[in-house]
Design a protein around this ligand. Structure first.
Ligand code: NAD
Length: 361
């Protein structure tokens, strides 16, 4: 078996958020005793919850309870170079997992400047500070949105990117990938893995960590679960006239813990001798499910009805989106193992136990 040395400290930007918190707990769960790995989270909590008077966001407090391990936390905006600089001085960071971003597609159309500020300027500030401290290993949270309207399915990493992008959010992810490619051309020390997520859903199996969207959810799964728990009245199914088997949009949903495991595998690549350059890798399951299939699976897993009604198509939504995951299997030695039922069951366990997310009202 290949030996593997954990990095000294991993900086996780946006680690109080949905995918970030699941990655932090997965890193800690897979850490063997005596392993000196430190996890350092930077998050401005623009989309994370911290109870008044508490120093750590609720998600990280729960992770510490579940694992018995410590997570260093800094309430810092990634656009603040001075604050990032101090963190790199205080910790022996040798690798960064960069989740921090604004991510609501619809909101990005209304607030393009805010999205470009955080997602692009914030990312460039982070890169400058990494370079200043000689840290060149990065895992980046990209998205299948960089592919735009798919030209073929399943989508592999050679599929063109940057075409038919409709939102500033999608463009920001694409622009960041282009910036990272340029960085890798400019200096061979950079080693960057851009993980193109398909549709993360589900929650940690403990039911203590999960997705906690503020306001009305944009994504299907949290919407369905909030309808099932009675927080929202009815699910709107955006379009039933797509050229799919039942007319509703098809997506490749992936359990967030499988996604998190993909990040742990990605970090291991940094220890391969000579590993450098820019690498884009899809993280999905390779199987697509329609909106109506998701509703049925969720009802089945939760034992609750999910009232739904058809609404007009939503601008910018693609018909179908399914990942080719051969590269992830080959290069990361990774594949998603959790089923659609697991995704629904774990989402429901989290939602039922935390009807108001992390807010204990
Ligand atoms: N969830 C998805 O469906 C999905 C799909 C594809 C890609 N992604 C990408 O994955 C990453 C994580 O997404 P998520 O679903 O966990 O979102 P999230 O909103 O739950 O987490 C993002 C975290 O970043 C923090 N943050 C935002 N702006 C910041 C700033 N300026 N400085 C410091 N922290 C800041 C937020 O407070 C939040 O805790 C994002 O980059 C997102 O674009 C998510």
């Amino acid at each position: 078996m290949q030996s593997y040395i954990m990095p000294r400290a991993v900086l996780v930007t946006g680690g109080a958020g949905y995918v970030g918190s699941h990655t932090v707990i997965t890193l800690l769960e897979r850490q063997s005793d005596g392993d000196p790995l430190e996890i350092v989270v930077v998050d401005n909590l623009s989309n994370g919850y911290c109870a008044e008077g508490e120093k750590k966001p609720e998600a990280l407090k729960r992770i510490e309870e579940l694992t018995g391990k410590t997570v260093h936390f800094y309430k810092v905006d990634i656009r603040c170079a001075e604050a990032l600089d101090r963190i790199f001085e205080n910790h022996n960071i040798d690798c960064v997992i960069h989740f921090a971003a604004l991510k609501a597609v619809g909101e990005s159309v209304e607030k393009p400047l805010e999205y470009y500020q955080v997602n692009i300027n914030g990312t460039c500030t982070l890169f400058e500070i990494m370079r200043k401290h000689g840290v060149y290993k990065l895992v980046y949270s990209s998205s299948c949105t960089v592919y735009g309207e798919p030209e073929y399915l399943p989508i592999n990493e050679s599929h063109p990117t940057g075409k038919s992008l409709t939102s500033p959010y999608g463009k920001s992810k694409y622009f960041c990938e282009e910036i990272m490619k340029d960085l890798c051309v400019s200096d061979k020390k950079w080693a960057i893995i851009s993980l193109r997520y398909f549709n993360p859903v589900g929650a940690h199996e403990s039911g203590r960590i999960g997705e906690d969207p503020s306001g009305i959810p944009n994504n299907l799964m949290p919407y369905i679960s909030q309808v099932a728990v009675g927080r929202l009245k009815e699910l709107k199914v955006f379009g039933d006239d797509y050229p799919t088997a039942d007319g509703t949009g098809v997506r490749d949903y992936i359990h967030v813990c499988d996604l998190a495991a993909g990040h742990v595998q990605a970090i291991k690549l940094f220890h391969q001798p000579g590993f450098n350059g820019f690498h884009a890798i899809n993280l999905g399951t390779g199987t697509g499910y329609s909106v109506l299939e998701m509703v049925a699976a969720f009802s089945n897993a939760s034992g609750r009805a999910v009232p739904h009604a058809v609404a007009p198509r939503r601008a910018g939504d693609v018909t179908a989106n399914v990942a080719d995951v051969a590269l992830a299997t080959r290069s990361l030695g990774w594949r998603a193992t959790r089923s659609l039922h697991d995704m629904c069951r774990d989402t429901w366990r989290w939602q039922e136990a935390n009807p108001n997310g992390y807010h204990r009202i």
